[in-house]
Design a protein around this ligand. Structure first.
Ligand SMILES: CC(C)(COP(=O)(O)OP(=O)(O)OC[C@H]1O[C@@H](n2cnc3c(N)ncnc32)[C@H](O)[C@@H]1OP(=O)(O)O)[C@@H](O)C(=O)NCCC(=O)NCCS
Length: 234
């Protein structure tokens, strides 16, 4: 895991308050910023998260259809597990660019309880500030609101940052033989989370200051509950 960001001695000595993070449903006007967030990442981030193609045109179409689906098919998501398509964005209040995004997709295998599959990414410059965890909690709330009880995912065993965020959010880890076709050398953990338990963890969470957060102190903030839950489902 990378260490906390440093911006001179003041950053280490005098932690700023936790950044206020807003998590909400993506809208059409977010598409350009979603495309930039997805494409403008380090090689390490792309290695860990690459569910969509990288060419601008196809990516734009995918985000357009995900956003359309989450508004137009909302009525269907409770009845048809595979119709679940939720796309959330995270923003640090007062900053125009997106800090992260998260997706929920329905998984329905015959004979098994329908679940939601989590995906999430945080911009390289703002990782390690709790934004990933808050995205996971907001996704858990969206899944719970749709009537789902459990969420699942897959993570590289080598990805300590993602493992840290996922375990802090309340997921459990299990062995799996699954291999990502785009990273066949990476062994994985399968993850599973109880959505109600994750929402409870989110409600009990109080964002605390960390030395690395001082670098966000130059940006404006506004009222927010810090968990991101309050604004997740609009
Ligand atoms: C995985 C990812 C989304 C995590 O997002 P994040 O915002 O960096 O994660 P968080 O800050 O919420 O991490 C949560 C925990 O990890 C720890 N942590 C992670 N990085 C840290 C850092 N640089 N400094 C201090 N703590 C850190 C903390 O313990 C933190 O818990 P806390 O908030 O309770 O203290 C992000 O690293 C990312 O986008 N990676 C590339 C894409 C990817 O791998 N996606 C996931 C595929 S499964």
């Amino acid at each position: 895991m990378s260490g906390p960001p440093t911006e001179g001695p003041a950053a280490a000595a005098d932690p700023a308050p936790a950044p206020r993070v807003v998590v909400r449903r993506a809208r059409y006007r977010d598409i350009g910023r979603l495309v930039r967030l997805y494409r403008n990442r380090s090689a390490a981030s792309i290695h860990g998260y690459h569910p969509f193609p990288f060419d601008r045109f196809r990516l734009t179409l995918i985000y357009f259809s995900l956003i359309s689906g989450q508004w137009m098919l909302h009525w269907a998501m409770r009845r048809f597990p595979r119709a679940v398509a939720i796309l959330l964005i995270a923003q640090v209040e007062g900053r125009p660019q997106l800090a992260g995004s998260g997706t929920l997709r329905g998984v329905a295998r015959s004979g098994e309880e329908p679940r939601v599959r989590f995906g999430f990414v945080v911009a390289d410059g703002v990782q390690g500030l709790g934004i990933g965890k808050r995205l996971l909690w907001a996704l858990a709330k969206a899944g719970l609101d749709l009537g789902y009880a459990h969420g699942v995912g897959v993570v590289f065993r080598s990805d300590s940052k993602a493992i840290s965020a996922i375990s802090r959010a309340g997921f459990r880890f299990m062995p799996t033989d699954y291999r990502d076709p785009l990273a066949p050398d990476e062994p994985n953990f399968a993850t599973e989370g109880d959505l109600a338990e994750m929402v409870r963890l989110a409600q009990d969470y109080t964002p605390s200051a960390r030395p690395g957060q001082a670098r966000l102190s130059g940006y404006g903030g506004g009222p927010g509950d810090g968990t991101g839950l309050g604004t997740s489902a609009q």
